[in-house]
Design a protein around this ligand. Structure first.
Ligand SMILES: Nc1ncnc2c1ncn2[C@@H]1O[C@H](COP(=O)(O)OP(=O)(O)OP(=O)(O)O)[C@@H](O)[C@H]1O
Ligand SMILES: [Mg+2]
Length: 248
């Protein structure tokens, strides 16, 4: 049994052709997979299905063998824009998923601070989102997605709006934090470099289907130096060729 099983899943918005058209994908616990594909190919829809935010018309999505029926604390979700609450401080934004369930206790605050520290922004805990840069807001949103220690983390192009250097830093923070917590991650991106750097495996999506399954056999832990090596660029070229082939 895999940790996350997506089996023959079909999803159609009313009156349209299927947007997710018979997808099979399995993940083992602790793996980081990237879902890569062009705009409109169905990535966000598939991620929402995996989160239980949408229900498939047919097929199955199972988490640890149990049918996924609704979103819950077992799944963390991070959207493309940080979507922080303007009237909450950084730490209160991180604590939001806890507050939605119960009154946070000092232990929760300590855990939130630890996450902010891990992500390098502990000193911003009492600031409001408008007093933070985009990258800092993304870190708060990432801490918020991790506060309930979800075994599964789903990320929808979370770093797309950031500059290259900040994005690289956040990628490293993400990898380190998720490896420490043993989190299983499905990461949506349309950036080949990002997919190869983060992923153990890449699912290439096109027209609602997974059209290629690419193993990324690069050394762990990933470091920025890796990006300049032949092995990394070889995998990027392999992925690029596959994308070009399906688009042709
Ligand atoms: N609520 C909706 N109702 C109808 N069609 C929708 C809806 N949401 C998305 N679609 C359509 O479904 C298809 C897939 O959308 P989706 O958001 O999953 O793509 P995506 O791969 O995430 O794209 P992007 O990279 O641009 O974010 C698109 O053609 C889109 O127009
Ligand atoms: Mg999308």
């Amino acid at each position: 049994m895999a940790f996350l099983e997506i089996d023959n899943v079909v999803f159609t918005y009313p009156g349209r052709a299927p947007v997710v058209d018979g997808v099979d994908w399995h993940m083992q616990a602790g793996e980081i997979h990237c879902l890569l594909g062009r705009s409109g190919c169905g990535k966000t829809t598939l991620l929402k299905l995996a989160a239980g935010l949408l229900a498939p018309q047919s097929g199955h999505i199972r988490l640890r063998g149990g049918e996924l029926v609704a979103p819950g604390p077992h799944v963390g979700f991070m959207f493309q824009s940080p979507t922080l609450l303007d009237w909450h401080t950084g730490i209160d934004n991180v604590l939001l998923p806890v507050s939605l369930q119960r009154r946070p206790v000092p232990q929760d605050a300590a855990q939130a601070m630890q996450l902010l520290e891990q992500l390098g922004i502990a000193e911003l805990a009492q600031r409001y989102p408008r007093e933070m840069s985009g990258g800092q807001q993304s870190r708060v949103a990432l801490a918020r997605a991790l506060i309930l220690e979800p075994p599964l983390l789903l990320l929808d192009e979370p770093f797309a709006a950031l500059d290259a250097i900040t994005r690289a830093e956040l990628q490293d923070d993400l990898l380190q934090t998720c490896h420490e917590h043993g989190t299983t991650v499905l990461f949506v991106t349309h950036d080949i470099n990002e997919a190869v750097y983060l992923g153990d495996r890449i699912a290439l999506m096109h027209g609602g289907r997974i059209v290629d399954d690419i193993e990324v056999a690069l050394p762990e832990p990933r470091t920025q130096m890796l990006r300049h090596g032949a092995a990394f660029n070889g995998v990027c070229a392999r992925v690029r060729a596959s994308m070009d082939r399906v688009a042709a």
